[in-house]
Design a binder for this molecule. Structure first.
Ligand code: ACM
Length: 546
């Protein structure tokens, strides 16, 4: 009997010791703990088995160790019989991103049939590293088998409302990498700023990237800071960021908004408007700074009626812009926006009304559908596919479009039923601009989205049949920056909720468990601290509802 107690107690102790040290987010498919540790130090050798395969991953890991632990392991194949880390590329057809990670006392072997898998295995290994700095690191021995649940796991960053410097965009990409996301949706054009250099249209960045002030407080604001603000990414910077992401197995999907959210482009090229000579509309209650005549970049948030006129001039402009965009971004998908495009100006415009008649369209929604379909055809002709916000369902869906469902799940459900690919990004679960704590004292857009609610989300709606569910490619969280003026605020809003988004995108449903996630999250937060990230400290124990 005594022996039996002893066995139980030691088993419990062993379990406790494992749960203390093996805390991985997102939770892998299976984790089998072993006894003992691997000791990582500058003497450890880091090797690959196939020339060129896993090299980027090995370099990433070496740089990581040097940056955070001041450890410089040996990237050398000679004599790696003990204390080595091997990135083992296997010539098989593993699911994209799947891997095994075998930590033993003498070796760590990460194996995969694809380079993404080697990279994800390395990210899991990073999560096993202590969060305190020391010249020798103890890594618990463990066998991990893993694969992603969803093919598309994304996060968006809005660099239109507030320009974010390149260094931070790269940090954001590293945050995505740590959490095994594979898509960075880069929102690059807005009413409040155009952020991508387009050589053919220099005014887009000379004029459209800057505003003469920003409202203070919630829209319409209590005043205006009257500070000139803005910025843009040069094409060289974009190429650099695209490569940076690609080295981390992250695809960047650029978003070039149309026909709405285009005030900045119109400020640069007024002919894009239905009414080029009409002053920019300033929303009621907004205090304006500087010139308010002619076309201006907006200084407050919201939805604006001055949208692109569907003229030959505009279509040529968009095609020229997209020609430059697709040279910079190799992604299969280009996001063309499509949301929140009020039809007031199209209704008032004789040109638009005549066009609706000439094309035999029903109404202005039909005209937006025509607009989107024309751009889709252009991009399809260049070998690309479009993604649009769920408004592009209205007036008829473009034949090959992927839908990003943001106004709830309904748009995504309707699109999947029409056999269109869908990315679920419903505001009620995945908009990280909502407050994550009930008594939020920093300025946010409002709404309430505690981490538990994010964690509960599943993009496979029960309203879909098994066949229709196949059209749900994945999910994405969105970070709109109206009320995030700088990187520190973005970090505060994404951490730690981003960890929950990662887990619902990667982890099999059967392995999801909020209480267990919360325990593992402590370790992730310790890592955020090691990285020096800002984060929301009061995320736990928030009420479920407002
Ligand atoms: C959106 O949040 N307007 C897509």
């Amino acid at each position: 009997m005594k022996r039996c107690y002893l066995l139980i107690i030691s088993a419990l102790f062993f379990r406790f010791a494992i749960s203390q040290s093996v805390q991985i987010i997102p939770e892998p498919e299976s984790v089998t703990a072993k006894q003992g540790n691997f000791i990582l130090s500058s003497k450890t050798k880091i090797v690959t088995n196939v020339p060129g395969k896993g090299t980027k991953t090995a370099v990433y890991f070496i740089n990581y160790l040097s940056r955070f632990y001041n450890i410089s392991p040996d990237r050398n194949k000679a004599g790696f019989h003990n204390n080595f880390i091997l990135f083992r590329y296997e010539n098989n057809k593993d699911t994209l991103g799947s891997y095994t990670l075998n930590v033993s006392k003498d070796s760590i072997i990460i194996s995969s049939g694809n380079e993404e898998g080697l990279f994800y295995g390395m990210q899991t290994l990073i999560q096993l590293l202590p969060t305190t700095v020391s010249p020798t690191l103890q890594i618990p021995t463990v066998f991990v088998k893993d694969a992603p649940r969803l093919a598309y796991r994304g996060m968006m960053l809005d660099c239109g409302r507030h320009f974010m410097p390149v260094d931070f965009v790269k940090k954001y990409i590293d945050y995505l990498a740590l959490h095994k996301f594979n898509i960075f949706h880069w929102h690059l054009t807005e009413d409040q700023g155009w952020r991508i250099e387009i050589k053919k249209y220099p005014l887009l960045t000379q004029k459209g990237a800057w505003r003469n002030g920003t409202i203070i407080g919630h829209h319409p604001g209590t005043g205006n800071d009257c500070e000139k603000t803005g910025g843009f990414y040069t094409q060289d910077e974009i190429k650099d960021v695209v490569k940076y992401a690609s080295d981390r197995y992250i695809t960047i999907i650029p978003e070039i908004e149309m026909p709405g959210h285009s005030s900045a482009a119109i400020a640069a090229y007024p002919q894009l408007s239905c009414f080029p000579n009409q002053d920019t509309k300033i929303l009621s209650g907004v205090k304006w700074c500087g010139d308010s005549t002619g076309k201006q970049v907006q200084q407050s948030w919201g939805v604006y009626p001055d949208i692109y006129a569907p003229t030959d001039y505009t279509f040529k402009f968009i095609e020229n812009v997209l020609d430059e965009v697709i040279k910079l971004f190799p992604s299969k998908y280009i996001h063309i926006g499509g949301d929140e495009a009020p039809k007031d100006y199209w209704k008032k415009s004789d040109y638009c009304q005549q066009l609706i008649k000439n094309l035999g369209l029903k109404d202005e929604e039909g005209l937006q559908s025509y607009f989107v379909q024309r751009i889709e055809k252009y991009l399809n002709g260049k070998g690309r596919q479009i993604i649009g916000w769920d408004e592009i369902l209205e007036g008829g869906l473009a034949p090959n479009a992927t839908i990003m469902s943001w106004r709830g799940e309904e748009g995504g459900i309707a699109a999947a039923q029409q056999h269109h690919n869908v990315i679920m990004t419903p505001g009620g679960w995945l908009y990280l601009d909502h407050s994550q704590i009930k008594n939020e004292d920093s300025l946010t857009i409002g709404g309430y989205l505690p981490i538990k609610r994010v964690y509960e989300y599943d993009p496979y709606s029960s309203k879909l049949t098994k066949e229709e569910t196949k059209y749900i490619s994945g999910l994405q969280a969105n970070v709109w920056t109206e009320y995030m003026a700088d990187p520190a605020k973005v970090e505060y809003m994404i951490f730690p909720r981003m960890a929950a988004v990662a887990e619902i995108g990667w982890t099999q449903i059967k392995n999801k468990n909020y209480d267990d996630f919360k325990i593992r999250l402590q370790n992730e937060i310790a890592r955020y601290k090691l990285w020096g990230n800002n984060y929301c400290k009061s995320w736990d124990n928030q009420p479920d509802t407002e």
